[in-house]
Design a protein around this ligand. Structure first.
Ligand code: PFF
Length: 456
């Protein structure tokens, strides 16, 4: 039946566009802002290793499952889950999985936009020459001045949300195709320039050692590494599913998933290789938290030849990378409103944008006025600010939970014939995939959850 369904939202022009769009969703602040700082906070090597394992054993199979579900359902994740559960003669209650994804998307975008706002403000700071010859202390001060000023954060958060909504309103294709075709490769090239600078600091090996030498890790660290594998690949909430719904039937899902995961991982590792040598060269703290890239990279831009231009370009491209991810964070909700409430894309985007913007105020305040207001949930987390709580709840709990159920749905609820129709690769690859989503992925997610709360 799936062959006759078509998406009312249109289709990607070809496979390359799908891969670019999904890579645009995957590559974002998660790779360049989040990966380095959580790696720094969790001690480096072992954390990176667990993250890489999670990408391979959990991320890639779930990505294949999500694309497969989306392409078969051809609707927003909410309606896709409903249609597929019914089509398989199963309980339509699976629809909640779509709803949880929509909620996770809102919550993530609410803080994602605030951090993207920091990156936007850095474009202007760097272009004004604020970092020329800057010291580590100076760079720290500039960052602290920014985040302790709620009005400035609010202004940038608002600008980012408005621009994102404008792109979403125009439809995924027009907004996205150009951005990802030219800007992603440019970001990649600039990261390499910064890595080359990092090689000249004399601390490159130290950076590599930090990233790749195994050390110790606790249950929480493992959960954060796994959560990040979901976050960075945009999995567990329907973003990749909704992009899959715009993919035509003849393309190979396996190849596309591997390419996307590879590109995403390379960008994250490059970001790590750019940042940690600078951290060590200037005596900074790897565990400096969410401000890490904003405290370190500007020092490099302040000292390398042509640094102002490289810095302006870098942060501009980072903002673009954040946009292409932000769009995918609310596409599931927009597609749903268009399908079920008959709203135009423009109205749907405005409503969702306004709501997300409002929730984002909490993150704006959590770096200043609400800095000391923290939440503790016994066994789950301690002393987290509003921002930290949202981040923890979405990346480490909602996305893995979403991914777990997506794997169970693809592996156990759907009939083997239905999935093999979509994952139309070599029989051995299909067998491996099915084994992973049926057994390895669900067990791994559950074990990591249990370990994080100290139950095993
Ligand atoms: N993958 C994006 C990043 O690494 O920045 C963030 C993200 C986008 C997460 C879309 C989840 C999502 F559905």
């Amino acid at each position: 039946m799936a062959e006759q369904r078509i998406s009312i939202h249109g289709q990607w022009t070809n496979r390359t566009v799908f891969i670019l769009a999904a890579t645009g969703s995957a590559v974002g602040l998660g790779n360049i802002w989040k990966f380095p700082y959580i790696t720094g906070e969790n001690g480096g090597g072992t954390f990176v290793l667990v993250y890489l394992l999670c990408i391979a054993l959990i991320g890639i199979p779930i990505m294949m499952a999500e694309i497969m579900l989306g392409r078969r359902g051809k609707q927003s994740p909410i309606n896709t889950m409903l249609t597929l559960a019914r089509g398989e003669g199963r309980n339509p209650g699976w629809v909640w999985l779509g709803w949880m994804g929509v909620l996770a998307g809102f919550l993530i975008l609410s803080y994602y936009s605030v951090i993207a706002g920091w990156a936007m403000s850095y474009v202007f700071r760097i272009s004004g020459g604020m970092f020329l010859g800057v010291t580590a202390d100076g760079a720290n001060r500039i960052f602290t001045d920014l985040v302790t000023d709620p009005e400035r954060l609010l202004a940038w958060h608002t600008i980012f949300m408005v621009i994102t909504m404008m792109v979403v309103a125009r439809g995924v294709k027009q907004g996205l195709e150009k951005a990802v075709t030219y800007l992603m490769p440019a970001l990649f090239a600039l990261l390499i320039v910064i890595v080359i600078y990092a090689m000249t600091t004399g601390y490159f090996m130290e950076g590599l050692r930090f990233l790749f030498t195994p050390g110790t890790i606790d249950g929480k660290g493992i959960l954060i590494a796994m959560g990040h594998a979901f976050f960075t690949l945009s999995l567990g909430m329907g973003a990749i599913m909704v992009y899959g719904s715009y993919l035509s039937d003849e393309h190979s899902i396996t190849q596309a998933s591997m390419l996307i995961a590879l590109a995403d991982t390379v960008v994250a590792l490059l970001a790590g290789m750019a940042i940690f040598p600078i951290v060590f060269a200037y005596g900074l703290e790897p565990g400096a938290g969410p401000g890490l890239i904003f405290r370190t990279l500007p020092i490099a831009f302040g000292h390398m030849p042509g640094g102002t231009m490289v810095g302006v370009l870098f942060f501009t491209l980072l903002v673009f990378a954040a946009w292409t991810s932000a769009i995918s964070l609310i596409e599931p909700a927009v597609a749903y409103l268009v399908e079920n409430k008959g709203l135009s894309r423009i109205y749907a985007s405005v409503w969702i944008g306004a709501f997300t913007w409002f929730v984002g105020l909490g993150t704006v305040l959590s770096f200043n006025l609400w800095k000391d207001k923290t939440l503790t949930i016994p066994y789950v987390f301690e002393d987290l600010t509003f921002f930290d709580t949202l981040d923890y709840l979405t990346a480490n709990i909602m996305l893995p939970l979403g991914g777990l159920f997506i794997a169970l749905f693809a592996g156990w609820v759907m009939r083997k014939e239905s999935t093999s129709e979509e994952i139309d690769t070599h029989p051995i690859i299909f067998k491996i995939w099915r084994f992973l989503v049926r057994f390895i992925t669900p067990v791994a997610v559950i074990v990591v959850f249990l370990k994080a709360v100290g139950a095993i």
